[in-house]
Design a binder for this molecule. Structure first.
Ligand SMILES: Nc1ncnc2c1ncn2[C@@H]1O[C@H](COP(=O)(O)OP(=O)(O)OP(=O)(O)O)[C@@H](O)[C@H]1O
Ligand SMILES: [Mg+2]
Length: 489
């Protein structure tokens, strides 16, 4: 990058302060930036109304092939606003307008988005320093010359150009996952692509699924809510996810809008009880596949009758291993399987743990749940000792913490560390880093009634702007948790 551009860009960035307004970001940063990218004033439209919302910038040079949608849309926020809460707006603009690229910025963070047939994903996010470092790529992607070239190529063959363009971006940012996210046929939740594209697709490495029981005998610590949204975050990243509801309360089932009576029983479909008691019923006969935009979750539903089945279950030979045996056949079909058990130490908990390759322990930062931790760890260690394969505990993750209660947070994390410290068998066991902690938020508490993972809130017209922002904020915590989980598994 030439020096004058570096210094111009640095000057523009230093003009932004925490006190700047959204219009300061537009005037002092975005407009000059568009000029640096070689656009002229008539190449963009400001404050476009799309649907019921207002878009800050739509970049569509007059020379571009006209019937084609805009190349780039830009949404600006004030620096005081967290862009993690505002993605739903630009995602909506991009889907409605068909824009290929999106830029969301508050002057400090710069998020680049790509729209592949309505599937909008982040391809890169930069801080100011990273933007300066990566400006060559940023400029080559967003500049007018690229815009005109890509738009005219799109006019001729949309799909081919999409794939080639994505391949180029993936190569430039050395991240093949970008291509996977949009085009991997093997992963659920994504559109089919044509045969020509298939050959260029990077295939998922075949590997065994990670089967995780989200375990804590203390009731109401957020196991089910975490299972649903963690699963959704992993699916959004392109992983294949199966959720197994083995809790007679069937909260996971109903929380994803599957009614154990009307959707399962009255339709003669099978659920977890059939899976556990009928040796010949394979998992696929019990699966419900649900899709919310680009998230797909396969779900084995539960049923209240599971609560009366302890005796029936104990009569089945080798019942503890029944789920483990059935899941074995699906090792290649899912990247992550999450089992959501009831808050007890009953038979079904044993069945879940015996089927798992690891345990995740969620806890609230409150005295009772923390006291329960010791028992949970003991139980996990006991099951570990009774198995041939080890059953590692991935760690303790935090659900429903109070963002305002700093003192309580410190006290409680200290207590957790003490508990972990005094257990020799848990020497490798740790509390997950605080960026993965899930805050207590009303939008999360209300989500079971909605019947969708939180990432789908952006499509819910019954929610207001604030609610959508909070849902996005909450989901970004589940995404951090998912990323951390990937890093340790
Ligand atoms: N981050 C959160 N913020 C606010 N409320 C939450 C959050 N996570 C979960 N809840 C709410 O807390 C309650 C308990 O959550 P959840 O059902 O997920 O816990 P659980 O551990 O699965 O319970 P159980 O032990 O009964 O299975 C629910 O009403 C849920 O909506
Ligand atoms: Mg539950």
């Amino acid at each position: 990058m030439t020096l004058p551009i570096v210094s111009t860009l640095s000057n523009l960035l230093t003009s932004i302060t925490t006190k700047s307004s959204e219009s300061d970001v537009e005037k002092n940063l975005v407009l000059p930036l568009l000029h640096i990218l070689d656009y002229e004033d008539e190449d963009w439209h400001e404050q476009m109304i799309i649907g019921r919302v207002r878009l800050d910038f739509q970049v569509q040079p007059q020379q571009a092939v006209t019937p084609y949608p805009p190349y780039l849309v830009i949404e600006t926020k004030a620096p005081s606003k967290n862009i993690n809460r505002s993605g739903w707006q630009i995602n909506g603009y991009m889907r409605r307008s068909g824009a290929i690229l999106g830029l969301l910025t508050n002057g400090y963070r710069f998020r680049l988005l790509y729209n592949y047939h309505g599937q909008v994903e982040t391809i890169q996010e930069y801080s100011q320093t990273e933007l300066i470092k990566k400006f060559n790529f940023f400029r080559s992607l967003l500049c007018k010359n690229s815009c005109l070239k890509v738009i005219s190529a799109f006019y001729k063959s949309q799909d081919k150009v999409h794939v080639n363009f994505l391949k180029l971006i993936a190569k430039k940012i050395s991240d093949e996952d970008i291509l996977n996210i949009f085009t991997n046929k093997n992963k659920p939740g994504y559109r089919d692509i044509n045969p020509e594209e298939k050959s260029s697709v990077v295939q998922l490495k075949k590997s065994k699924s990670m089967i995780i029981t989200v375990f804590n005998n203390k009731g109401g610590v957020g196991k089910t809510t975490m299972t649903i949204n963690l699963g959704a975050a992993l699916s959004k990243m392109g992983y294949r996810v199966l959720l197994i509801d083995i809790d007679p309360q069937a909260n996971l089932t109903t929380g994803l809008k599957i009614d154990p009576l009307t959707d399962v029983e009255y339709k003669d479909r099978k659920d977890i009880t059939h899976l556990l008691t009928e040796p010949k019923t394979p998992i696929e006969e019990t699966i419900f596949s649900k899709k919310w935009d680009n998230v797909r979750l396969d779900i084995v539903p539960s049923h209240i009758r599971l609560s009366d089945m302890e005796i029936e279950l104990s009569r089945i030979i080798d019942v503890d291993r029944i789920l483990a045996k059935k899941l074995k056949k699906y090792q290649d079909q899912y990247d992550y399987v999450f089992i959501d058990p009831p808050p007890s130490f009953g038979k079904v908990n044993n069945i879940s743990l015996m089927a798992s390759s690891a345990i995740l322990i969620p806890t609230q930062l409150a005295p009772y749940p923390i006291r329960a931790l010791e028992y949970v760890i003991n139980r996990a260690v006991a099951v570990d000792n009774s198995r041939e394969d080890p059953l590692p505990i991935l760690g303790i993750c935090v659900s429903m913490y109070d963002r305002a209660a700093t003192k309580q947070t410190l006290d409680m994390t200290e207590r957790i560390r003490e508990i972990l410290g005094k257990k020799p068998e848990s020497k490798n066991l740790s509390l997950f880093p605080d960026k993965t902690w899930i805050p207590r938020l009303t939008i999360v508490a209300n989500s079971p009634d909605k019947g969708y993972p939180l990432c789908f809130a952006e499509f819910d017209n019954q929610l207001n702007t604030r609610e959508k922002e909070t849902a996005e904020d909450a989901f970004s915590c589940y995404t951090e948790l998912a990323k951390y989980l990937i890093s340790i598994t």
